[in-house]
Design a protein around this ligand. Structure first.
Ligand code: SF4
Length: 416
């Protein structure tokens, strides 16, 4: 079966393109055109008939992803299923299963069966669990098996090259991507180049067969403010741009992953550099965190960076939780991370005038003016929290809230 990209190129409007068109308030032909040129991707494996069609691209509403998954110390699937439920209930557009503990195949199957949203993985994590050293044949077996299982998008760290290694030495934090560190170790020990780069055509063949969208991982993403926008990051980005074009030429949908840690004044520049080297390929950013100091509040630091990144062109924000850099997130961390990212995505979409955003703000303002609390909760990005805070105000008085009470400016205005 052909991929969404191949079908778009031959002028076919698929049911998935139609669904995206309806959700995003664009004509189906417009969505087809964006998929054909690679500006929009619809990650949906051919084996996942029940998965929603979610469009990701700068011209559409900004999407967000929540990472879940077991660790070696916490291999229990039950917690991760609860996190999946919380992530979806809180409005995540996609989830990534980053499991490294327990029965990985069975965990992935459970998540795929339970998620109506696209599911992504980082196949090199399974490789790390199964082998101390990199083995390209095992890696290809892993992605083939995961593609057959129904995974919708893969992070593939194919852009990091042997000639980038000297650039890492100049860094304060070195390599902070788990996949990147594993590959650098392999390249240093073997003297070989990155096998994911060298065998990229084999990876493309598997992804094309199952319509798995590739998310080109940035193994050299900056891991601290000091390393942001450095030579290592940019050199890898140039390779990612070339690989993105090779992917589209092979009929495979593709996104590019981006930083990481970036101070506020460099975010626009980072988005422009992506455009320079990778055109309109959807940009999937982790945060970015705008300071290293918000330990325990990295979801806020990430939301600040994510807002600006999406405003300047990022299409897909990977959430950060308050537990980032500190431990495996719990349920409340997942909920707070998703909501923080959704606020960032919405703020950027509103500023860019994306369909429906101003209307929703105006509807909430009208409800606020009318003291229509139920309508306000309905329109809020986190109705549950809004209701909880309102209801826990012990001295709430009728229509107004406990903030100004009888001096409520809106009540006074109504009466005057
Ligand atoms: S009491 Fe104050 S904060 Fe509460 S609704 Fe009225 S103006 Fe707003």
């Amino acid at each position: 079966m052909a991929t969404q990209l191949e079908r778009a190129v031959r002028n076919e409007i698929t049911p998935e393109m139609q669904a995206v068109a309806q959700d995003e308030q664009f004509a189906p032909e417009q969505i087809r055109e964006w998929v054909a040129e690679g500006t929009v991707v619809i990650p949906k494996n051919i084996h996942r008939q029940s998965c929603d069609a979610v469009g990701i691209g700068e011209t559409l509403s900004t999407k967000i992803n929540a990472n879940i998954g077991t660790s070696q110390k916490h291999p229990e699937i039950e917690n991760e299923i609860e996190k999946l439920r919380v992530a979806l209930d809180s409005g995540s557009d996609a989830v990534m299963d980053l499991s490294t503990g327990g029965d990985l195949t069975s965990i992935r199957n459970t998540i795929l069966n339970m998620s109506p949203k696209p599911v992504g993985t980082v196949p090199i994590y399974e490789m790390m669990v199964r082998s101390k050293t990199f083995d390209i044949n095992l890696y290809l077996d892993i992605i083939r098996q995961q593609a057959e299982q129904g995974v919708d998008f893969f992070t593939i760290h194919a852009g990091i090259r042997k000639n980038h290694i000297p650039l890492i030495e100049k860094r304060l934090m070195g390599v902070v991507s788990r996949g990147g560190a594993y590959l650098v170790q392999y390249m240093r020990r073997s003297g070989n180049d990155n096998p994911l780069y060298e065998r990229y055509d084999d990876i493309l063949a598997i992804c094309r067969e199952h319509d798995v969208t590739i998310s080109l991982g940035d193994g050299l993403r900056p891991g601290c403010i000091n390393d942001a926008t450095d030579e290592a990051q940019i050199e890898e980005l140039k390779v990612l741009g070339q690989l993105a074009q090779r992917s589209r030429d092979a009929g495979v949908q593709v996104m590019i992953e981006g930083p990481g840690h970036v101070p506020l004044h460099q975010i626009q520049q980072n988005m422009e550099l992506k455009k320079q080297y990778a055109g309109t390929t959807p940009f999937y950013v982790l945060g970015p965190l705008v300071t290293d100091l918000a330990v325990g509040y990295d979801h806020i630091s990430g939301a600040i960076g994510g807002t600006l990144a999406a405003y300047y062109g990022a299409s897909f924000l990977c959430y950060l939780t308050p537990r980032e850099h500190l431990g495996l997130p719990d349920l409340e961390d997942v909920r707070e991370g998703v909501i923080a990212s959704r606020i960032a995505a919405h703020a950027a979409d509103l500023a860019r005038g994306k369909p429906g955003t101003l209307e929703r703000n105006n509807a909430l303002s009208r409800a606020r003016l009318a003291f229509d609390w139920e309508r306000q909760f309905e329109l809020a990005l986190d109705p549950e929290k809004a209701r909880e805070r309102r209801e826990s105000a012990t001295d709430k008085e009728g229509d107004v809230c406990s903030m100004c009470g009888e001096f409520c400016s809106m009540k006074v205005s109504h009466e005057s």
